[in-house]
Design a protein around this ligand. Sequence first.
Ligand SMILES: NC(=O)c1ccc[n+]([C@@H]2O[C@H](COP(=O)([O-])OP(=O)(O)OC[C@H]3O[C@@H](n4cnc5c(N)ncnc54)[C@H](O)[C@@H]3O)[C@@H](O)[C@H]2O)c1
Length: 338
Amino acid sequence: MAKKIAIVGFGFMGRTHYAGWKEIKGAKIVALCDKDLSQFKTVVTGDGDKKVDTSLDYGDAKLYDDMGKMLEAEKPDIVDITLPTWLHLPLVEQAFQSGANVICEKPMSLDVASCQKMIRAWKASGKHFMIAQCLRFWPEYVYLKNLIDSGKYGKVVAASFRRFNISPGWGKNGSWFLNEEKSGGVALDLHIHDTDMVQFLFGTPKAVTSRATYTDDGAMRYISTIYDVGGPTVIAEGSWGQPPSFGFEATFMVSFEKATVVLDAKRSAPLMVYPMKGEPFQPKLSAKSGYQLELEWFFKLVSGKKVPVVTTPEACADSVRIVAAEKKSAKTQKTVKL
Ligand SMILES: NC(=O)c1ccc[n+]([C@@H]2O[C@H](COP(=O)([O-])OP(=O)(O)OC[C@H]3O[C@@H](n4cnc5c(N)ncnc54)[C@H](O)[C@@H]3O)[C@@H](O)[C@H]2O)c1
């Protein structure tokens, strides 16, 4: 049976998810909501990502500027929250109260206490809940996860992850990203992707040791963390404020006992495997993005189909907790236990 989908927040990620839902058979987009109706007349292209939907024709979807009115009129089966981070908690709670299933963009929320409130609202609702930590669905990272779990190339010796971006000023109110109280800053907004990946691949670390560089007005601009995962050396770096000509870069380099695996989109072959024995090769992967695959996963879950456990709200809340420990470690210059 078709499911009614409503997207709330029609900026960069709202448009990205809109493109994704349109590809899913049985997903009927009934409503789009943004408090600023002019968002439906312009296209926010984010950090140069080409996955946003650039059409200004919204078909049968009704346009709203108020989520409460939209919920009452449309009674959607799935509410997709693609709002600025500080609004995740109140609007996720409101969406659950309406009886909808909810998918919400990452990071789950600004702090652990609000993540726990969201988990309570979800459990009280009896509905499904997903936080869109998209890397868990991104084909290159899924390939890496499967390699680690299979043991094909032995144990991981060392893993490093890097995520560097331009200053995030693409939102209509672009500066909300640069306001740490609204976005959580570079650590919670950007670097959490890799924190969550470390947790996904190696489990919750026992401790984190971080260092950061701050702007003159005290905002974190760069963070680097060593995660104590009780085995391999695992490091991740995140940075905002690269020159526009640099753009966005997300890479990893993972050394196994019997191979090295590299992701670097700026190479001619972004994902490469270099085995100790045999020729290097480029694995064949799904052409779909993690954005698309995460929506498909949630749609199946809500439709009562069997899906593997890739993510849980609790795991995403744990990533918020780990990032908080990283921020504390960077400030105190001390290792923080988890
Ligand atoms: N998964 C990813 O790779 C990824 C990438 C970018 C952003 N994000 C996350 O997605 C979320 C949204 O980021 P974005 O880049 O789309 O931001 P954005 O600023 O481009 O869009 C947010 C939209 O929400 C609207 N809005 C604000 N308050 C509202 C309200 N009360 N009701 C309805 N609409 C409202 C704004 O008018 C704006 O159009 C953030 O949590 C961000 O961290 C995730």
